[in-house]
Design a protein around this ligand. Structure first.
Ligand code: TYM
Length: 339
């Protein structure tokens, strides 16, 4: 089993990233047996597909190493690195660009969302972004990719690219790429904005009140939960009563994910109560779960040398694992590279 996943180092880590993906990474790392390995990386190359400030990206990349370590990713057990230090990601992307079809990329909803109405002005990188994402996982023969719901479409594309490449350039008994499986936590696949229950919680939302950052202190968390959009009805006693109440459903989902119980269990406890009593309880669960992470993060992020060293060590290991697959892909395509 090989587990591979990535996160863009733009903005701070938020509750959606944590519950939708990172907590799963940590659990998979902790449950790993001797025949498995985990590779987790910062998708810094993906981050340049949108307008960005170089200094902020640089600092954000190192801080994301601190944040992931604070969440429980252990660089001694997992391979933690950034894409920019492993040139094989860019190389394989180019090779896969020959296989990916324009029609497939045209269907990607993330491109449509991020490019908005001004498609002509969007970067070419934003359009070919999913091909880099395919390279990220195929390069390592990933078998499992823990991601939130929003990344599933990109993973399906990676499988399509791998299937076509294997079909076009490899024999059936010796495929170049393994088909990766997405792994999504059912209880927290999609954490929504605190200001609008129909939009996902996101680093790019201009309102900081829409998300809980893993660097928020106790007071900020309490304030954001208190101001979270809700409706005037009390909580129902079963899930059916949350239909058409996206904000209420989101808060119940978050509570359940943090307290490690189902949404039904949360409603069994709080059904009939108003948000006046539910919100403080939710804020308390958040502070309890996130408090220790924030403390570790604040400490780790100051030690730039250690963060650099973690990335350098991770890159060395990642390059080693990537090399044979990259060589196979070049060779399958008939490219001459000497010996
Ligand atoms: P990114 O940086 O947007 O998010 C990192 C992870 O967090 C999950 N996530 C969420 N889950 C639940 N609710 C939310 N509101 C929420 N917001 C984010 C994402 O699904 C993701 O798992 N393209 C990717 C990074 C990437 C990648 C890869 C992932 C690049 N290459 C290869 C897996 C494999 C991205 O931008 O994730």
């Amino acid at each position: 089993m090989r587990i591979v996943s990535g996160i863009q180092p733009t903005g701070s880590l938020h509750l959606g990233n944590y519950l939708g993906a990172i907590r799963n990474w940590v659990r998979m790392q902790d449950d790993m047996d001797a025949d498995s390995d985990c590779l987790f990386f910062l998708a810094d190359l993906h981050a340049i597909s949108m307008p960005h400030d170089p200094q902020t990206l640089h600092t954000g990349t190192l801080e994301m190493v601190a944040a992931l370590t604070a969440c429980g990713i252990d660089p001694d057990r997992s391979i933690l690195f950034n894409q920019a230090q492993v040139s094989a990601h860019c190389e394989l992307q180019w090779l896969l660009n020959g296989t990916a079809r324009m029609g497939w990329l045209n269907r990607m909803t993330q491109f449509k969302d991020k490019a908005g109405k001004h498609r002509e002005g969007a970067s070419a990188a934003l359009f070919t972004y999913p091909v880099l994402q395919a390279a990220d996982v195929l390069l390592y023969q990933a078998t499992h990719v823990p991601v939130g719901e929003d990344q599933k479409q990109h993973l399906e594309l990676a499988r399509d690219i791998a299937t076509k490449f294997n079909f076009d350039f490899a024999s059936e008994d010796k495929p170049v790429f393994t088909l990766p499986e997405p792994i999504t936590p059912p209880e927290a696949a999609r954490i929504m904005s605190l200001r609008d229950g129909t939009k996902k919680m996101s680093k790019s939302d201009p309102s900081d009140m829409s998300r809980i950052n893993l660097s928020d202190d106790r007071d900020t968390i309490a304030k954001k939960v208190k101001k979270a959009k809700t409706d005037p009805e009390p909580l129902p006693s079963d899930l059916a009563g949350l239909e058409d109440r996206p904000e209420a459903l989101n808060l119940v989902t978050i509570y359940g994910a943090l307290a490690d119980c189902s949404a039904e269990d949360v409603l069994a406890q709080y059904g009939g109560q108003g948000f006046g009593s539910f919100k403080p309880a939710l804020a308390e669960v958040m502070v309890e779960s996130l408090g220790p992470i924030v403390e570790r993060f604040v400490e780790l992020k100051e030690d730039r040398e250690s963060l650099d060293a973690i990335l350098a060590r991770g890159a060395l290991k990642a390059r080693e694992i990537a090399r044979p697959t990259l060589d196979k892909a070049y060779s399958a395509l008939g490219l001459v590279r000497g010996h």
